[in-house]
Each structure stands twice: as structure tokens, then as C-alpha cells.
Design a protein around this ligand. Structure first.
Ligand code: SAM
Length: 400
């Protein structure tokens, strides 16, 4: 369904709710089974009846978001506002809960339900272009909305942008566990209402990973038949220090990434290489590429990336990585943060061995890797010459 049709449909439901009706957007039988709507919540004490009647979700994202006092939360596609009101309670008077919805009627409905609640705000806008600054929130939640978007990569990229480093994503959504044929899809759509754009579990996981999230976890919560399930989707934005964030490497980072690479090579302790490769050569062979950037200036302060060790299937889960930090930014935990994000992403991608070679003289790199679970598996003595001197290399690896 196109975006305008989705908004028209929910605007009609919002107007019905504004005139006092209890609304549903799928087979009422699904509501009776407790899969959708307010039945998914354990404790709704004190919420306005109108907010309960207008609940059109497919789970309870607030239950998994582990909200803490003082945090800022954003609910994507907030509808009648039930999850915003519950979040506002959890984060307390020093926290804040935002809702965003593309339907002005839904915004009007939610504002009515939130009358007198000081720490909520409803924004009219789309989840593909969220009207909030970068790093504005600690947690992004959503309840049965992402499946409706015809641009899911944009939705997840926006969620990633507005999350602070270390921020969490907790989404209730409708997913499929296998490709649906057109007949199955039509039947499921009639029952569940919002299957048309739902992703397969593996596609969802891959999209989270490509966006830069780590720790992606998809838990099926209710089976609606024909391979259609409600699910809770959880992931995190990699954490670093204040003013810094980790995100996937882009082509626009090329000059800065290669300059940091060259600066590392120039120390003589990073690699046998002496000249950084061209961007084309670098980008073609590197996977799991991340940069740490200064969020004010977008200056790259470090990067991590891996290459596959072999094209043979038996080695499909074995990679060799490199991590480089700008010479002016070392000893600030950037290498550790990059490596932590990288290890999380590698595990999400099914990598079972991360390996590398380190010069024994590079004590900082060695202790960073050992602190993160790498062990020395051997020494290759006098393996090659570097600027005319024979050097040893310690082989290190980390198994997942
Ligand atoms: C299934 S309802 C869920 C509402 C709410 N999350 C709940 O649990 O009751 C979907 C909501 O998402 C909104 N929506 C759909 N697509 C949207 C988009 N691209 N941007 C913002 N809101 C959207 C609709 O207007 C509607 O209010």
C-alpha cells in the first residue's frame, strides 16, 4: 500500500476513534486472541480508555525497551499514543517521550489522550524523515508501523541517526519467516491487516546490520499462520564517548580513512605495508567497515574493517581485520569502541573467527586485542622484511 493510502486509512480510523468508536485495522479475531491492540499490555492502569480503544499495535515494545528514569524515547508511528503514554511514565518527570505520526488526525487523537501529561510531545511527520536532531533520543520504539513503510532502509537509517551512541531500538512488528506466495500473502493480509510490506526475518536482520546497528535480535512472539508472525526486534547503536559515534563507513569517508591508514603505516608498527592502497582497492575487498566520527564535524577519528581470508566455503566465517585510530586521538578508548562494535557486527554476520597479525613491538594493539578476547596462537619468526629489517609477527585470533 502506498504511503498516502496508509495515511488515509489510519486518518479515517483516528476520526472514528475521535468520535468515540473502538477501532481495529485487521481481523477482529486477531484482537480476540490477544495478538493485537491493548490486550498485549500487562498493566494499563490509569491510561485513558480512549488510548486503549485506539491501540493498534502487534506487541508491547515498552516492555522490552528497559526504559530508565530521565531517558528520552521516540515512538515511530505513535497512533493514539498508548506507547508514548506508557513510556512517559517509565522515564518520569526528567525524561521525555516523543511520538511521531504521518496522520494529523492520529496526532490530534494522541494529544487528546495525553492532556495534562507534561513530558510527552507528538510530532506530525514521517518516520522516513524524522523531525528531530541527530542523537536526540536514548531509545526508539515502534509498534506495528515499520512494516507499513515502503522505505524501510530510510526508517532504520533515521532511527540510527536520532539515537545517541549506545541507544536502543525496540520494535514490535509483523514479519514473515519464508517468502509468501501471492495467495498466502492475500489471506494473511486480510487477517492481519498489515502484512503487505513485512520483511522476512533474515532480510530484517541484514537491514539492521547494514544500517550500523549491532546486537540485532528478532524474537517471534505470535504466529498468525501462513508464515506470518508478530515479532520483537531489538538492536543497539554502538557506544563510544561523548561527541563521538560509530557508523558504517561511506565512500565520502575515503580521504580521511586512507589518511589515517597512511599515518598508521608511517609509524612502522602497524603493518608490513608502507603505502595505503587506493580507495577502489580498499573498498572492493573490505567488509564490516565502520568509522568512529566526531559528531560535531563528521571528522573520522578511526576505522575498522575486515577482509575474507579465503573464498573457500569452509572459511566463510573467518576474517582478518585491521583497526586504525587517528594519531591525534589515541588513548581515548576509540580503538576499543571500534573493536567492540566490529566484534558485535561480525558475530551478527555469523563470523566465527576474527584473526590478524601484530608486530610484537606494538604493545598497545596487543593489549587492546587481548582485553577483547583475542589470544596469541603463534609467532611467525622473521616472516618478512620491513624497511630492510626482518620482523616477527604474532598471530592473534578471537573465536565466537
Ligand atoms: C498500525 S498503527 C499503530 C499505531 C500505534 N503504534 C499503536 O500501537 O497503536 C500505524 C500507525 O502508523 C502511522 N504511520 C504509518 N506509516 C507511517 C509513516 N511512514 N510515517 C509516520 N507514521 C506512519 C499511521 O498513521 C498509524 O497511526
Amino acid at each position: 500500500m502506498a504511503h498516502d493510502e496508509v495515511v488515509d486509512r489510519y486518518s479515517g480510523l483516528a476520526r472514528a476513534a475521535l468520535s468515540g468508536e473502538k477501532i481495529v485495522d485487521c481481523d477482529p479475531g486477531e484482537f480476540d486472541q490477544g495478538c493485537f491492540g491493548a490486550a498485549a499490555y500487562d498493566d494499563t492502569t490509569g491510561l485513558p480508555q480512549g488510548a486503549l480503544n485506539a491501540s493498534l499495535g502487534c506487541g508491547n515494545p515498552v516492555a522490552v525497551a528497559e526504559l530508565r528514569e530521565g531517558e528520552t524515547v521516540l515512538d515511530l508511528g505513535s497512533g493514539g499514543g498508548i506507547d508514548v503514554l506508557l513510556s512517559a511514565r517509565r522515564v518520569g518527570p526528567y525524561g521525555k517521550a516523543y511520538g511521531i505520526d504521518a496522520s494529523q488526525d492520529m496526532i490530534d487523537l494522541a494529544r487528546r489522550h495525553a492532556e495534562g501529561v507534561p513530558n510527552v510531545e507528538f510530532l506530525h511527520g514521517t518516520i522516513e524523515h524524522i523531525p528531530l536532531d541527530d542523537q536526540a533520543v536514548n531509545v526508539v520504539i515502534s509498534n506495528c508501523v515499520v512494516n507499513l513503510s515502503d522505505d524501510k532502509p530510510a526508517v532504520l537509517a533515521e532511527a540510527f541517526r536520532v539515537l545517541r551512541p549506545g541507544g536502543r531500538l525496540g520494535i514490535s512488528d509483523v514479519v514473515t519467516v519464508s517468502p509468501l506466495d501471492p495467495v498466502q500473502r492475500a489471506a494473511a493480509e486480510q487477517r492481519v491487516g498489515c502484512v503487505a510490506g513485512s520483511l522476512e526475518v533474515e532480510e530484517y536482520r541484514e537491514l539492521l546490520h547494514r544500517t550500523g546497528f549491532i546486537g540485532g535480535k528478532i524474537t517471534l512472539t505470535a504466529d498468525h499462520g501462513d508464515g506470518v508472525h508478530s515479532a520483537i526486534v531489538q538492536a543497539a547503536k554502538p557506544a563510544i564517548g561523548p561527541g563521538l559515534e560509530i557508523r558504517p563507513m561511506r565512500d565520502a569517508d575515503a580521504d580521511q580513512v586512507l589518511a589515517i591508514y597512511q599515518a598508521g603505516l608511517d609509524t612502522g608498527q602497524a603493518s608490513f605495508e608502507t603505502v595505503a592502497p587506493s580507495w577502489e582497492g580498499f573498498a572492493a575487498s573490505r567488509i564490516l567497515r565502520y568509522v568512529a566520527v566526531d559528531t560535531e564535524t563528521d571528522q573520522v577519528v578511526g576505522w575498522v574493517a575486515a577482509t575474507r581470508v579465503s573464498s573457500r566455503p569452509v572459511y566463510s566465517g573467518v576474517v582478518e581485520h585491521s583497526v586504525y585510530v587517528h594519531p591525534g586521538c589515541q588513548a581515548h578508548g576509540i580503538g576499543r569502541a571500534l573493536m567492540t562494535a566490529f566484534i558485535g557486527a561480525a558475530e551478527d554476520a555469523g563470523i566465527w573467527t576474527i584473526q590478524s597479525g601484530v608486530f610484537p613491538e606494538n604493545a598497545a594493539s596487543l593489549s587492546l586485542h587481548q582485553a577483547l578476547g583475542f589470544r596469541i596462537v603463534g609467532t611467525r619468526e622473521r616472516i618478512g622484511q620491513h624497511h630492510g629489517t626482518w620482523r616477527d609477527v604474532l598471530l592473534i585470533e578471537r573465536r565466537s
